[in-house]
Write a protein that binds this ligand. Sequence first.
Ligand SMILES: [Zn+2]
Length: 81
Amino acid sequence: MPMFDFSCQGCEHSFELLVRKGDTICCPACGSETVEKLLSLPALKTSSTRGLAMQAAKRRDKAQATDRVFEQAKYEASHDD
Ligand SMILES: [Zn+2]
């Protein structure tokens, strides 16, 4: 069963809940049904995590660009006779 984080819009209480299909989600603190499901993706949690992810993506792009240049050079070298 999936477990989700929720935040109550009425009293701002945060809670985790196992959610079955068809369940109505109520705040355990005030009983309000106006609750917001929180995204718990690691990349969204902190700005520092997001910064690290950006750095990793940039490194990956750079590595791929280097690969492309290398492949192009190899292609030209092998067709240069
Ligand atoms: Zn509440």
